[in-house]
Design a protein around this ligand. Sequence first.
Ligand code: GLP
Length: 240
Amino acid sequence: MHLIITNGYEEMSEVGALIFLETLLKKPNSRLGLATGSTPLGLYKKLTEYYKSGFVSFKNAESINLDEYVGLPEGHSQSYRLFMKENLFSKVDIDLKNTYFPDANANDLDKSSKEYSEFLKKKPQDIQLLGLGNNGHIGFNEPGTPFDSVTHKVALTKSTIMANARFFSSEKEVPSEAVTMGIMDIFRAEKIVLLASGVGKANAVKELVNDEPDTKCPASALKYHRDLTVILDTAAASLL
Ligand code: GLP
C-alpha cells in the first residue's frame, strides 16, 4: 500500500487527479472506475481543469461507476448518473455512450447485477477511484460483506442512510437499497486510489492501515492489493 498524507482536501484531490492524469496519458482508452460522494468532487474538478487546459482527453476513455440507488427515477437530482453528469461528464469530452452504471431499476436486479460483474470481469478497470464510508464501506459494500462478493443489491445501513441524508431533503427520502460493485469487482482493478478526508473517516482509515483485513471494515479487503494508493488529509490520518 502506498500511503500519502497531504495537507488538506485540495492537495489530496490534486495528488489523486495526477494519478488519473498519468493513467489516461499512458492509456487514452482507459477504463476508469469512478465513485460518487463529496470526497471525489475536488479530484473531478482538477481533471476538468486538466482537460480544459488541453493536457488530457477523455474521448476514448470508458467510465464504470461503483454504485447506484435503487428506485430513484431517471434524472432524479440524487441519482449517481446525474451526479457524474454534473460533476464530470458534462465538463469533459467523454462519450456518454461509454459511461456505465449498475442498472438499479432493472426488473431482475440479480440478472442485471450479474451482467455488470461479468462486464467488469472481462475487462477490469485500469484504475478505480474510491471514497470511504464512515463505517469503512466502499461503494455500498457495508460491514460484513464477504470479500469475494460481486455486484449485488444491498440494504443500506442506518449509519449510511444518515450520512447520505444531507443530500436529500429528509432522511426518509434516502433510498433504503442500492446496487453496488462487489468487493471482488473492485479488487480486480489494475490500480486503486482511495481518498479519505475529514476526522469522520479517521477510524475507518485506522482499521484499513493498521489492522489485518476483516469484513468489519470492507475497505481493508484492499490492503494487500498489488497497487493500492491511499491518499488522506491530516484529519483522516489523525488516528494513525
Ligand atoms: C456513499 C457512496 C460511497 C462513498 C461514501 C462516502 O455511500 N456510495 O461510494 O465513498 O458515500 O461519501 P463521502 O465522500 O460523501 O463521504
